[in-house]
Design a protein around this ligand. Sequence first.
Ligand SMILES: [Zn+2]
Length: 419
Amino acid sequence: MTPRAWALVTFTVLVVAVVVAAAVLVPWQRPPVPRADQLAALRELPVDQVERGRALRAALRPGRYGAMLAGLLVALLLGFTPVGARLVEVAGRPFGGHWAAQALLGGLLVVFLADLLTLPFAAWRHRILTEHGLATQGWAGWGLDLVRSYAVGAVIATVALLGFYTVVRLAPRWWWALAAAGAAALVVLLSFVLPVLVEPVFNKFTPMPDGPVRTQLLELAERDGVPVRDVLVADASRRTRAVNAYVSGFGPTRRIVVYDNLLLEAPPAELAAVVAHELGHARARDVLTGTGLGALGAAATVVGLYLLGSWRPVLRAAGVADIAEPRAIALLLAVVTLVGLVATPAQALVSRRIEARADAYALALHGDPAAYAAVHRRLSAINLADPDPPRWEYLYSATHPSTVERIAAARRYADRAGR
Ligand SMILES: [Zn+2]
C-alpha cells in the first residue's frame, strides 16, 4: 500500500472515530425544553432587560460577522492565489530562503496578517462594549491584552510551525502520520497547560477566601465525590463587568474558576448553583471529552490536508508544487479556516448538549431550581445577553443553552420534583 492509500484509510478511521466518540460521549438523549416553556420564561423577564440585551447584541453583530467575513476573505486570498506563497518567500529572503526561516517568519506573517486586518473590528467591539458599560478597561489595558494574546498565539504557532516542517523534512513520505499524531498531542497538551500557563497571562487567580460560601461549595463537591481541591477566583472585574464561571484543565491542572464580580453580585445560593454546574462538568469529565474530540478532529484535519495535496488544481491556484513546502502555509491556513467555519455549528451543538447535562446535574445536586433560574436571570441581565437569541445565530454558534431554555429547564425540574 502507498502512503496515500494509508492516509485515505487513516482519514476514514479518524472521521469515523470522531463521529463514534461524539455519538457515545455526548448526551444526545435529553429531550429539548419545549418552545412554549421557553416563551413563558421569556415573557416573565423584564422587558427593558430583554431590550437592552438585544440592543447590545444587534450593535455587536455587524462587527462580529464583518470580522468573520474579512478573516475568511484574507485567508482565501492568501491561500488560493500565489500571494501567500510570495509573502512566505519574502519573509524567508533575509535568511537565504532557508526552510526554517520561511516556515517560522512566513508562517507568523500569514497567521498575523488576518488578525491585523480584523483589528479594526476588534476595536469597534471594544468601543461598543464600553459604551454599553460592559467593558471596564481603557484602551491601554485593551491593547495590552491584545499584545498578550498575540504573544501566546506566537508561542503556539512557533511550536506548531517548526514542529510540522521538521517532521516534513525528516519523513517526506510519512509526515502526515507523524504530524497528525503531533497535532492531536498539541491539542491535549494545550488543554492540559491552559490553566497553569495561559490563563495566568490574562488574569490573577486566588483561592476563594475562607468563609461560609467556600465551605458550602467544597461540601457540595464532596457530597457528590467530585475531587475538587479548590475554587479559584479570577480578577475579571478589571476587564469586564460580565460575570462567569468555568472549569478548565484536567487531572492535576483541573480547576473551577469563578469571576470576582460574580462573587460580589450573586447571593450564596445562586453562587452555589453556578458552582454546581461547574461540578457537573468536572464530574462528567467534559474538558477531557472536548479535548479528545478536538484531538481527533485535529488529526483528521492534518491527514485531510495531506490528501488535498494531491489535488493539482488547488496547488496550482496557490502557486506551490507541494502542500508540504513552507510556501504552502497560507493554503493550509485557508483550508483550516474553511473547516473551522463549517465545523462551528457542529461544535456549538455538541457544547450545548454538554452544557445542558451540566445544568441537569446542577439542579439534581444543588436541588434549588429557584436559585438556578434566578442566577440565570441575573447572569443574563448583567452580561447584557439576549435571553432568546435569533434561531439562526443560536444554531450556528451558541455554545450554551439560551437563558430562557435554562430557566424553563429549572421550572420543569421544580415541577417534577414537586418543589
Ligand atoms: Zn458550563
